[in-house]
Ligand binder design. Structure first.
Ligand code: 9MR
Ligand code: ZN
Length: 563
């Protein structure tokens, strides 16, 4: 991908000046609490916001951390439980950023993560009542034609912009919706009483109203015979303008079997979730799921996708669709209980991992269909699911144990969208705990959230608007073009990438920089600092895990998430 955008004057990325890193949002009272220090430290204290020392303990020397190149000392204050706002102070007088301890500390993070999808809505105006200062006119409302087609125009408006770009892609959309809907099925209480201030009809919970906006668009991506267009984009990525200023022609790109299978799966999942809440919608999803399943049955061969000449928008290519077909079969079985889907799932389950949760490798989503389906499958399938999650979780736990920051990442995981790797790994820990009915991975899980919110070698919270030193200049068109200094909150940055791709990163990151430090908060760095719907969605899954026992009516800690 070339980088031909002109960004002109833009803010110098802020420098993180401290030698101590902490989750800047904070911790739940009974949660694991740690700060990471990269200068020698023997003892540390916790100060409250009035400067009173409320806790003190010894730090532990971890030693050299390979992914960051830091020699780390760890301040563990997990046995400190009092709600309030605090700072960690080392014996060398290093002070951490402030953070909260409170039952509801993660509520605002969850709400921002989900509201961020609303700000990505395409085809409608974001009005001031819902979007405040980020309001903007409707975008991309023109009809689209098939690339190399007969010129017929189709209304495929709606859905979310995929990422920093304005494309809309079927498989990525299905995957993002799936993370959120499975989180809803597994941890419904985490969404209880949530108010996102989004436009919606009827009584759907806000999370389901927002996901419905994307599903309505996905339904439009299905052709009458059940085939599903792979993506809907302009020929080339738009310049860095507001969405309503992008007036280029929209094209529907050829169907792929991954798109058909993912659509069948997500519609079957939607039909299950919306049943009893919005029956007319559940019916439409159900019919769409069957239609694409039947198309898949008529097209057993793999039908991949590559960009045609002249198109430079996202590819989302895959080398096989067996895992996508497995997910569709598993979710249709979960929905209907019919044997034909069970046998299809059971005969499709070979040759790929049942715990993989990427946007292209969706075997793990098929497993989630079984886990949340409440229907009996063969011992052979269930034990494969168990084995794949347990062995992967143990492997990742070893990475967590050998990492100074407790990240379940090896140096090779710091690629484009490293945050997604971290989040996939976190979902694996969570699902393994669910399967085993244990809390064996709770510490691993909270360490990954700590990393995202600032306990990492860059010092950044990788979620915009969450924490006092958070990413503010992601590769996100409206965030740059709106002229507002503050970024739209709630976006997860792609994160450090040891093999950067974009010219700015290649030039500015010296060879040999440790992987976790290969990061710049610069809008031009798309291979380090883009955002994407499927990086936000697994973070929703992670937050839902933490909020599963938290009542939103619990008193918010006095300072909320004040930066
Ligand atoms: O997230 C994708 C990343 O893993 C790939 O390395 C990269 C290059 O193919 O593409 C990323 O996906 C982008 C997509 O192609 C278009 N929309 C923005 C996505 C996030 O960067
Ligand atoms: Zn749009």
């Amino acid at each position: 991908m070339e980088n031909t955008y002109y960004f002109g004057e833009r803010p110098e990325p802020k420098k993180f000046e401290r030698d101590i890193f902490v989750n800047q949002v904070g911790f739940m009272p009974n949660g694991r609490k740690r700060a990471f220090i990269k200068v020698p430290c023997e003892k540390f204290t916790i100060e409250n916001e009035y400067g009173t020392v409320v806790y003190s303990a010894d730090a532990v020397h971890f030693g050299y951390d390979e992914c960051s190149g830091d020699d780390l000392y760890i301040a563990d204050f997990s046995d400190f439980h009092s709600e309030g706002r605090y700072t960690v102070v080392t014996d060398g007088k290093e002070r951490s950023l402030e953070f909260n301890v409170g039952r509801t500390v993660y509520v605002p993070v969850m709400d921002k993560l989900l509201k961020a999808f609303y700000y990505l809505r395409c085809g409608c105006e974001l009005d001031e009542a819902h979007a405040g200062k980020f309001a903007r006119p409707a975008c991309h409302q023109t009809k689209a034609e098939e690339y190399d087609g007969d010129g017929t125009l189709y209304d495929v408006s709606g859905g979310w912009h995929d990422a920093g770009d304005y494309g809309r892609y079927t498989t990525s959309a299905a995957c993002a919706c799936a993370h959120i809907l499975y989180a809803f099925l597994l941890f419904p209480d985490a969404f209880e009483g949530q108010t996102l201030n989004i436009p919606k009809d009827g009584a759907l919970p806000d999370v389901l109203a927002e996901v419905k906006y994307e599903l309505e668009w996905l339904l439009k991506m299905q052709k009458p015979d059940g085939a599903v267009w792979h993506k809907l984009t302009t020929k080339r990525h738009a310049p860095f303008v507001m969405p309503h200023e992008d007036k280029e022609k929209l094209f529907l790109f050829p169907p792929s079997s991954m798109a058909a299978a993912d659509l069948a799966a997500i519609c079957a999942l939607g039909a299950k979730v919306y049943r009893g809440r919005d029956d007319a919608f559940a019916d439409r999803l159900y019919n769409a799921a069957l239609l694409s399943w039947e198309w898949l049955e008529r097209h057993k061969e793999f039908c991949g996708f590559q960009n045609p000449k002249g198109c430079n928008t996202g590819v989302y290519d895959e080398r096989t669709d067996v895992d996508n077909r497995f997910w569709a079969a598993a979710q249709l079985f979960a929905l209907t209980g019919e044997d034909k889907y069970r046998s299809a799932a059971e005969s499709a389950m070979l040759g790929f991992s049942l715990s993989d949760l990427g946007f292209a490798t969706v075997g793990g989503l098929g497993s989630l269909a079984i886990i949340t389906g409440g229907r009996e499958v063969s011992e052979r399938l269930y034990s494969r699911i168990k084995r794949d999650f347990n062995s992967k979780a143990e492997e990742l736990k070893n990475l967590y144990l050998t990492s100074g920051y407790g990240t379940a990442m090896g140096s090779w995981h710091y690629i484009w969208g490293s945050s997604m790797n971290l989040l996939k790994h976190t979902m694996i820990f969570i699902i393994a705990d669910i399967i085993n009915g244990k809390n064996a991975y709770r510490d691993c899980i909270s360490a990954q959230l700590d990393y995202l919110l600032g306990a990492n070698a860059t010092g950044y919270s990788f979620i915009t608007g969450c924490g006092s030193f958070s990413v503010n200049n992601p590769h996100l068109r409206p965030a740059f073009a709106d002229g507002i200094d503050e970024c739209i909150p709630g976006y997860v940055s792609g994160g450090p990438n040891a093999s950067p791709f974009d010219p700015e990163a290649e030039e500015k990151i010296p060879q040999g920089t440790p992987p976790m430090k290969c990061f710049i908060d610069d809008v031009s760095c798309y291979s380090l600092n883009e955002i994407a719907i499927y990086w936000n969605s697994p973070t929703v899954f992670l937050l839902a895990y933490f909020l599963k026992d938290v009542k939103r009516t619990d008193e918010q800690s006095e300072n909320g998430d004040r930066p």
